[in-house]
Ligand binder design. Structure first.
Ligand code: FES
Ligand code: FES
Length: 172
């Protein structure tokens, strides 16, 4: 810590912690460099690519557009919160099943964005999903697998039989 650093107290992936960051450090660098959560990727640092997406107080945010100091008192979730040990979460399994990644650089951003969509508890059409995930860019996949993975995961989060597709299948 230097004289120009701010004290930041936050909860990250369920763990309370205290750290320091310079006034001009953005939240993505703070998470990666000061706290070691390197699953949060940094691409453009201008709010365009979405690689740095994390959840802050339940909302998906581009952490390169926030100052580290703005995380004081916040509840943050990064991609490291998803897997339990060696076991992939249901969302990660959906991405794997539908080939929703190639190089994987964009994947943490999509996973955290999808987590925030699931937290809303809404059903969504493919078009809505495409629209909702448009804030994260992928140069490899063509998006089809990502959309299918998010769609499947959102359906899994719905109470059984409540999604229109599930209801249709049940009536066959
Ligand atoms: S690094 Fe944050 S949007 Fe690109
Ligand atoms: S998988 Fe490579 S950028 Fe998306």
């Amino acid at each position: 810590m230097t004289l120009n650093e701010n004290e930041i107290t936050l909860t990250i992936n369920g763990e309370s912690m205290r750290a320091w960051a310079p006034s001009r450090m953005h939240a993505a660098d703070f998470l990666r460099q000061r706290l070691g959560y390197t699953g949060t990727h940094v691409g453009c640092e201008q709010g365009v690519c979405g690689m740095c997406t994390v959840m802050v107080d339940g909302q998906a945010v581009k952490s390169c557009l926030m100052l580290a100091a703005q995380l004081d008192g916040a509840e943050v979730r990064t991609v490291e919160s998803l897997a339990e040990g060696e076991n992939l979460s249901a969302l990660q399994q959906s991405f794997k099943r539908h080939h929703g990644l190639q190089c994987g650089f964009c994947t943490p951003g999509f996973l955290m964005l999808a987590s925030s969509l699931a937290a809303r508890g809404e059903t969504m059409s493919r078009e809505q999903i495409r629209d909702e995930i448009s804030g994260v860019l992928c140069r490899c996949t063509g998006y089809e697998g990502i959309v299918r993975a998010v769609e499947e995961y959102l359906q899994l989060q719905q109470p059984k039989g409540s999604h229109p597709q599930q209801a249709e299948e049940a009536s066959r």
